[in-house]
Design a protein around this ligand. Structure first.
Ligand code: URP
Ligand code: ZN
Ligand code: ZN
Length: 460
C-alpha cells in the first residue's frame, strides 16, 4: 500500500525541509508540498515531528559465541528492539574464533540472520587468522556482497590477529577496495596486566579498566594507523573510548591516512564508576575497551560535534545477569558487552541534540548517513531522496520518557542505561515502505529484514 507522510520536517545530514514524502513500493517516489495521495494510500500525519532517514548501527553483535557463552539476543528480539529505537539497518560483526573456518563461519552467521529479523542487515567479516586459505575465502565473501572486514588487535588467542596477519589483511583489503574495521587494544599488554592484577588479588569488575588502560587503546590505535599508512588500506577504528586514542587517530587522519572513527553510545553516557559498583552491578558494565574516566565524555561529545568522531554505533552485545556472573571469581571471565541497539538514537538525540547543542544534521550524519557512505549503502540507505529505500523515522521530539529494562525489547534482564531520561522517540518507523513501528510499538513483520549486498567502495 502506498504511504504518504505529510507535514513533517524532513531532516537529512545536509538539509531541512517541510514537505510530504510519497512512498510507492519499497522506495520513495516523490518529495514535495501538498502531494496528492493515490487511491488506497495510507496517510501518516507527521505535523510537529521530524522525519529522519532510517538510522544505521554500524556495529552490533547478535549471534556471538564469546567468553564461554553466547550473546543473548536473537535476530528477532534485537531487530524489534532496533526498530523501536529507530534503527532500520545494522551491520553485524561476523566473528569466528581463530580455530574456525572463515567461509563456514560466514555461511553460519548468514544462515542465522536469513529470514529471521525485522530490520535490514549486512556483516563486517572478521579476519581472525590469515593462513593459506584466507585470501581465497575472503574474495568469495566479498563477491557475496561484503565490503568490509574486521580485525581484533585484542582478545589474544581467540579473535586477535598478530601484526603479520594484520599486514596481510590490510594488503588484501587495499587490493579489493574493502575497508577494514579494527578493535584497537594491545592484546599482549592486556594479558600481562590481567595476570599481574589477579596475582595481587584484584579480581573484581573494578579492575577491568586498569587491566586495559587508555594507553593500551592508544597503542592499538597508533599501530593500526601506522599499518594503514604503510599499506594504503582504508580503516575504521571501532568503539574509540578515550582522549589518547582520539589524539592518535586525529593525528593519523590529519596526516592523510584513510582512517575513520566510531565511538559507541556507552562511552558517551557511562563511565568507569558504573563498573566499580559492587558485585554483579559492576559486571553488567564491563565491555572492552572499558568504560573510562568521566573526563572523556566531554572530549568525545566535542569530537563528535567537530566530525573527528565520524559515526556513533552501539557495540550492542547483551549478556544477562547469570552470564555476567561467570566472572564472579575474576573479572577476566566476565563476558564483555553492553547492549544499546534500542537506546542509541534516543540517547544521542537527547544528550546530543536536545540537551547538548549537537547540530541535528551531524546527529543524522553520525547515526545514519556516514555509516551508509563508509560501508557502501549510500544512497540506497542513509538519506531521504527519490529512489532511496523508504526507511523513515517519524520522530516525536515532544515525547518524554525514562529508560527501563521493564519496557525493553532486547532479550536481557537489565538495562545498562536504566533511569536515564529521554526527550523524544520514534513514533513511526518504516523499512522499505513497510510500517514496522507505530506509536512507538512494534506492529510489523518480524521476518521483513533483508540482506544488503554491498560493493567495496574504498579504491582510492
Ligand atoms: O565488550 C565488547 N565490546 N564486547 C563485544 C566484542 C567486541 O570487542 O566488540
Ligand atoms: Zn571490540
Ligand atoms: Zn564489538
Amino acid at each position: 500500500m502506498p504511504l504518504l507522510i505529510q507535514n513533517g520536517e524532513i531532516i537529512t545530514a545536509d538539509s531541512r525541509t517541510r514537505a510530504d514524502i510519497l512512498v510507492e513500493g519499497e522506495t520513495i517516489s516523490r518529495i514535495g508540498t501538498k502531494l496528492e495521495a493515490p487511491p488506497g494510500t495510507e496517510v501518516i500525519d507527521a505535523a510537529g515531528k521530524y522525519v529522519f532517514p532510517g538510522f544505521i548501527d554500524p556495529h552490533v553483535h547478535i549471534y556471538l559465541p564469546f567468553m564461554a557463552t553466547y550473546a543473548k539476543d536473537t535476530q528477532e528480539t534485537a531487530s524489534i528492539a532496533a526498530l523501536v529505537g529507530g534503527t532500520t539497518t545494522w551491520i553485524e560483526m561476523c566473528c569466528p574464533s581463530r580455530v574456525d573456518d572463515a567461509l563456514e563461519s560466514y555461511r553460519l552467521w548468514k544462515s542465522k540472520a536469513e529470514g529471521n529479523g525485522a530490520c535490514d542487515y549486512s556483516f563486517h567479516m572478521s579476519v581472525t587468522k590469515f593462513d593459506d586459505q584466507t585470501e581465497g575465502q575472503l574474495r568469495e565473501i566479498v563477491a557475496d556482497g561484503i565490503g568490509s572486514f574486521k580485525i581484533f588487535l585484542a582478545y589474544k588467542n581467540f579473535f586477535g590477529v598478530d601484526d603479520g596477519e594484520m599486514y596481510r589483511t590490510l594488503t588484501l583489503a587495499r587490493k579489493l577496495g574493502v575497508i577494514v574495521t579494527a578493535h584497537c587494544e594491545n592484546a599482549e599488554l592486556v594479558a600481562r596486566l590481567q595476570q599481574e592484577l589477579i596475582a595481587q588479588g584484584k579480581t573484581g569488575p573494578e579492575w577491568h579498566e586498569p587491566s586495559r588502560p587508555e594507553s593500551v587503546e592508544a597503542e592499538g590505535t597508533h599501530r593500526f594507523s601506522t599499518f594503514l599508512a604503510a599499506t594504503g588500506a582504508a580503516g575504521y577504528v571501532v568503539h574509540l573510548s578515550c582522549e589518547p586514542a582520539l589524539r592518535t587517530a586525529t593525528r593519523a587522519k590529519e596526516s592523510g591516512t584513510k582512517l575513520w572513527v566510531e565511538s559507541v553510545i556507552p562511552h558517551f553516557m557511562l563511565d568507569k564508576s558504573y563498573a566499580e559498583r559492587p558485585g554483579v552491578e559492576g559486571m553488567k558494565h564491563v565491555m572492552s575497551p572499558p568504560l573510562r574516566d568521566k573526563r572523556n565524555h566531554k572530549i568525545l561529545w566535542d569530537a563528535l560535534a567537530a566530525g573527528l568522531i565520524d559515526t556513533v554505533g552501539t557495540d550492542h552485545c547483551p549478556f544477562d545477569t547469570s552470564q555476567k556472573l561467570l566472572g564472579r571469581d575474576t573479572f577476566t571471565q566476565i563476558p564483555n558487552g553492553i547492549p544499546g541497539v534500542e537506546e542509541r538514537v534516543n540517547l544521542l538525540y537527547t544528550y546530543g541534540v536536545s540537551r547538548g547543542g549537537l547540530d541535528i544534521h551531524r546527529f543524522v550524519d553520525a547515526a545514519s548517513t556516514k555509516p551508509a557512505k563508509l560501508f557502501g549503502l549510500f544512497p540506497r540507505k542513509g538519506t531521504i531522496a527519490v529512489g532511496s529505500d523508504a526507511d523513515l523515522v517519524v520522530y516525536d521530539p515532544a515525547y518524554r520518557g525514562v529508560i527501563s529494562a521493564r519496557a525493553q525489547h532486547v532479550n536481557n534482564d537489565y538495562n545498562g542505561f536504566e533511569g536515564m531520561e529521554i526527550d523524544g522517540r520514534p513514533s513511526v518507523v518504516t523499512v522499505r515502505g513497510k510500517v514496522q513501528v507505530r506509536d512507538g510499538k512494534f506492529v510489523g513483520d518480524r521476518r521483513h529484514g533483508q540482506f544488503l549486498k554491498r560493493e567495496p567502495n574504498h579504491f582510492q
